[in-house]
Design a protein around this ligand. Structure first.
Ligand code: ADP
Length: 250
């Protein structure tokens, strides 16, 4: 399924409309978006609240399907797949990191990291080895047996990132990964995402954080469900920084 030379993620004329149960008009969260993210790119997706960033990330991560148009992820047309095939694609190709960490509270750090590999029926010895490597990578070997409630927010997000990497996906998608973290903890998570990119992965980060946008090779600014502007982000052009919404919310 992985085809060299094709983009990691491609949107062709993608519209995603949300229709409510009552008579309210549909919300067009993405409106005719064309976009290609190459393999190995580091991309920040920015824009005001409600501009379609999360909708884009859910489509790029095969968690959702478009109302019209095509979303191609790691060579597969997401709209053509059954729910089970989309789940396979996610397991094979995508690691997710969420603003709220989304860890299992009853499991230790090590168990959380290993969980996707357990569900994918990897060999226990391989899982143990991967989890040990990842605990080292994210600097949490000494906290392997702690539960999320016994970890700081930054540590929890590092566990979440390690979990996202346990099946060695080529694509990492992060939705406001530093949104709940203080500056130092956010920096540590950003450094790990940058390292993940340096290791050859495609990394897409939805963020309000200008420091993250400034590190990306490319910044895609969404507004009203459309790509308002694209930029290479060193440094962020002054006329675009107004699109980096620093208010709370995503
Ligand atoms: P962002 O991540 O940039 O804040 P979203 O992709 O979450 O933007 O939302 C884009 C638009 O779609 C907003 O107007 C939002 O209210 C709407 N929206 C998002 N998810 C849903 C949903 N599940 N049902 C209805 N409307 C939604």
């Amino acid at each position: 399924m992985t085809t060299a030379g094709t983009p990691a993620i491609e949107l062709r004329g993608v519209t995603r409309a949300y229709v409510s149960d009552d008579d309210a008009p549909a919300t067009t969260a993405l409106d005719g978006v064309d976009l290609a993210i190459g393999r190995g790119e580091l991309v920040a997706v920015c824009g005001p609240s409600g501009s379609g960033k999360s909708t884009f990330l859910h489509l790029a991560g095969a968690l959702d399907t478009p109302t019209s148009g095509e979303v191609i992820v790691d060579g597969a047309d997401v709209g053509d797949l059954t729910a089970a095939a989309r789940a396979d694609l996610r397991n094979r190709s995508i690691g997710f990191v969420f603003q709220a960490f989304n860890l299992m509270q009853g499991l230790t750090a090590a168990e959380n990291i290993g969980l996707p590999a357990v569900l994918a029926r990897r060999k226990p010895a391989d899982i143990d080895a991967s989890v040990a490597d990842l605990l080292d990578l994210v600097g949490l070997a000494a906290r392997a047996d702690r539960r999320p409630s016994q970890l700081s927010g930054g540590e929890q997000q590092r566990v979440a990132l390690a979990r996202a990497l346990v099946l060695d996906p080529p694509i990492v998608l992060a939705d406001e990964p530093t949104g709940n973290l203080d500056t130092n903890a956010g920096r540590a998570v950003l450094d790990l995402l940058l390292a993940s990119h340096s290791a050859g992965r495609t990394v897409v980060i939805v963020t309000h954080d200008q420091r993250i946008a400034a590190q990306a090779e490319r910044v895609i600014y969404l507004r009203d469900g459309k790509v308002a502007q694209e930029a290479h982000a060193r440094p962020a052009p002054a006329n675009l920084t107004g699109l980096l919404d620093t208010t709370v919310g995503s």
